[in-house]
Ligand binder design. Structure first.
Ligand code: BTN
Length: 242
């Protein structure tokens, strides 16, 4: 496996995009001890200070149509949940589309970006940030109460390298399954780990706030929400609140 390890960098996503443009191969992993300008979804920041968290980006080059990339984000969340369970014994749950939580607090963020033409994907960069050894005081004031770490939840520190290896292994297994057999089994797994499906939720989209019953996800990873008038909404992008 090809891997780029950096002590400090702005964002492993930026490094991975650059490597992808320069021809890095599928499976290339970018890992950093610290990010100074970690990127979150929707233009947000992602805090990842020295030595306490996992910041990694995977470069993929699947032969997929761009519409299918959300499936890979969902697959990644499943891989992380399974790896954390195996490696630490801690049970996490998934909030659509890609937050991994413990007891309602965010532990993992996943950011999928791609370089693509309308009909062809050149590369997909999947960024994974895991809060590992932060204590409560290390969490940024603005996210205290909303975020947590494995050490906070597990009551002891964890070895980051072992968790990285577990995530990569689990991802590889699911990704190979996905490329040969499609999304069906991954979708079923995702639904079993999800805290959104089967519940009444708020979905805050760019345009409006919807309230309704989360019926499930489609094969494209779109969230299906039935509002109180019985109208079915397809949610492509939103913040979800239970
Ligand atoms: C989110 O908003 O929940 C997504 C956060 C994604 C953070 C990871 S950390 C590794 C990779 N590099 C980044 O700059 N962001 C992603």
């Amino acid at each position: 496996k090809e891997m780029t390890y950096l002590d400090t960098t702005e964002s492993t996503q930026i490094v991975a995009h650059k490597l992808a443009q320069e021809g890095a191969r599928e499976g290339h992993i970018v890992l950093a001890n610290e990010q100074t300008k970690g990127k979150g979804r929707l233009g947000r920041n992602w805090h990842s200070k020295q030595g306490t968290s996992i910041s990694m980006s995977l470069i993929l080059r699947p032969d997929l149509s761009p519409q299918k990339t959300p499936q890979l984000t969902l697959l990644t969340a499943v891989a992380v949940v399974r790896a954390l369970k195996n490696q630490t014994g801690i049970n996490c749950e998934i909030k659509w589309p890609n937050d991994v939580l413990i007891n309602g607090k965010k532990l993992v963020g996943i950011l999928t970006e791609m370089q693509a033409d309308p009909d062809r994907v050149h590369s997909i960069i999947i960024g994974i940030g895991i809060n590992v050894n932060q204590q409560l005081k290390d969490l940024d004031p603005e996210i205290q109460g909303l975020a947590t770490s494995l050490a906070i939840e597990g009551g002891k520190p964890f070895e980051r390298a072992l968790i990285v290896a577990a995530v990569v292994n689990e991802f590889e297994t699911l990704y190979e399954h996905y490329l040969t057999n499609g999304f069906e089994a991954i979708k079923t797994l995702w639904e079993t780990y999800s805290i959104s499906v089967g519940k009444y939720i708020y979905a805050r989209t760019m345009r409006e706030v919807l309230y309704g019953f989360a019926k499930g996800i489609t094969n494209e990873g779109v969230l299906l929400l039935e509002d109180e008038q019985g109208t079915l909404h397809q949610i492509y992008s939103a913040d979800i609140e239970n």
